[in-house]
Structure formats: C-alpha cells, structure tokens
Ligand binder design. Structure first.
Ligand SMILES: [Fe+2]
Length: 144
C-alpha cells in the first residue's frame, strides 16, 4: 500500500465513522446522510463541499438487481483511471448498522472503478462509498 492508498483508506475509515455515529452527528433516520461531517469529511450529492464541480464523476452510481429474492448491487464510479496519478482507490458497501458487506480495491493500471456485491436477502439501507485519491470520499445511500 503506497501513501495515497493509505491516505484514502484513512479518509474512508474516518468518513465511515462519521456516518456510523449517526446519533452523535444528528442523523434522524437510516439512509439520511446529513451530519456535521457531510460536505467536508465525506461528500454527497446534496452536499459535495469543495468538490461540487466534480460530483458527476465521483458520486457512486448504484444499481440493484433482484433474482429469486436475492439482491446484487453493482457500483460504478464514472471516473477515469489515470494510473496512480488520479484514480478511484476503492469502493465499500455497508448495511444500515455499518457492517461492512463488501470492499473492492482498484489497481489503476488495469481496473475500471466498477464492483459488484451479492447482498443475498438483505433488505434495508445500503451505504456505498467511493474514494478518489484526489477528490476525497463520496457516499450514496440506497435502499434494497
Ligand atoms: Fe477524482
């Protein structure tokens, strides 16, 4: 793990903690990403902070498909992968209790920022995180 990957992992962990501490941060219901940390510590569609002009290329796009009651979640970040200069470091998927359901680390020399997770029969809110090495941590909530 190089320095950028380490810093991305640290930022992702910090953002996760911010989301997980929902009662402290003032979030009133699962799936609501509003907190004092939104727009700075982690970024959302509603509050992209200093990277507002970068929202479209950084907000994770979540697609849920169901087969026989089992859900599969596909996450795409519409972001280029310019080698280690500028890339999406990872995706993470959490349930509404902040249990880690899945994580994908990307190699910018060969991967596209796309990941897929089998969440079986889970139903509820999913928090999806995408980490850019230059433009911080982005979070989307989706209900399955
Ligand atoms: Fe970026």
């Amino acid at each position: 793990m190089d320095r950028r990957q380490f810093m991305g992992a640290v930022a992702a962990g910090a953002a996760l903690t911010a989301v997980a501490n929902t009662s402290v941060a003032g979030v009133k219901e699962a799936g609501n990403l509003t907190s004092v940390f939104e727009g700075s510590f982690y970024l959302t569609k509603e509050n992209p902070g200093r990277w507002a002009a970068k929202t479209e290329g950084h907000l994770p796009v979540v697609e849920v498909s169901k087969t026989d009651g089992k859900s599969t979640v596909k996450v795409t970040t519409p972001h280029g992968m310019s080698g280690y200069e500028h890339y999406i470091v990872k995706h993470q998927l959490f349930d509404e209790k902040m249990n880690l359901l899945g994580e994908t680390m990307f190699d910018p020399t060969k991967d596209a920022p796309v990941s897929s997770y089998d969440v079986a029969d889970y139903s509820g809110v999913l928090y999806v995180m995408s980490v850019c090495n230059k433009h911080d941590v982005w979070v989307t909530a989706e209900t399955v």
